[in-house]
Design a protein around this ligand. Structure first.
Ligand SMILES: Nc1ncnc2c1ncn2[C@@H]1O[C@H](COP(=O)(O)OP(=O)(O)O)[C@@H](O)[C@H]1O
Ligand SMILES: [Mg+2]
Length: 202
């Protein structure tokens, strides 16, 4: 039996992660794979409470970083690791790459601090595959324009998201074998075709 895989979806707000995650998960289930879908920040009862605070309450960039990793520690211990150990695949809507992109790139938290937290919180666990939904920021912003309420991150300006996007790309270039970079400005059908190929390959 193949080892259960840990797959993450990453990219700026409005890139299409949530839209395509559902389809991707179902495509794997149809192939008989037992899998669990989760998200960050969140994924546990405590994590979801921290999510509420993180998305709505103003705070120092390093406080934000520490709370993200605190929620992640709980997520790894309570949900992700137990699932993988019993042979259940895990797909998470965001994981640590988002901290490198948003807290690192977007907010300017030092890379070495993020690397220390990553090592501490899940030094022995990395995603097997990360789908990075890369998209020009103007396109992502337009997609979110109709949303009635935007959270603390979604309310940020274009320049912030430009830094987030670049930090994601830099992160993907560090360990390219783990990443599939998806050109997410394409139509839903085109993106789905790319995902179909990925599903077949794994
Ligand atoms: N390929 C696409 N083309 C056009 N609109 C899209 C596409 N993918 C997603 N959308 C729309 O863009 C918005 C943001 O998508 P969403 O999946 O919520 O992004 P994310 O989870 O990455 O923030 C939604 O309104 C969604 O319907
Ligand atoms: Mg989403």
């Amino acid at each position: 039996m193949n080892k259960a895989k840990f797959i993450t979806f990453e990219g700026v707000d409005g890139a299409g992660k949530s839209t395509h995650l559902e389809w991707f998960a179902n495509a794997l289930r149809q192939r008989g794979i037992d899998l669990l879908v989760t998200r960050e920040p969140g994924g546990t009862p405590l994590g979801e409470r921290l999510r509420e605070i993180l998305l709505n309450h103003p705070m120092h960039a390093e406080t934000e970083t520490l709370l993200m990793f605190a929620a992640r520690r709980e997520h790894v211990e309570q949900v992700i690791r137990p699932a993988l150990q019993r042979g259940t695949w895990v797909i998470s809507d965001r994981f640590s790459d988002a901290s490198f992109a948003y807290q690192g790139g977007g907010r300017g938290v030092a890379l070495d601090k993020l690397e220390q937290l990553e090592q501490w919180v899940h030094g022995d666990l990395q995603p097997d595959l990360t789908l990075l939904f890369d998209i020009p920021i103007e396109v992502a912003r337009q997609r979110l324009a109709n949303n009635i309420s935007l959270d603390r991150f979604e309310q940020e300006q274009g320049a912030f998201f430009e830094k987030v996007r670049q930090a994601y790309l830099a992160r993907s270039q560090k360990t390219p074998a783990r990443f599939a970079v998806i050109h997410a400005e394409k139509t839903r059908d085109e993106v789905q075709k790319i995902l179909e190929k990925i599903v077949s390959s794994i």
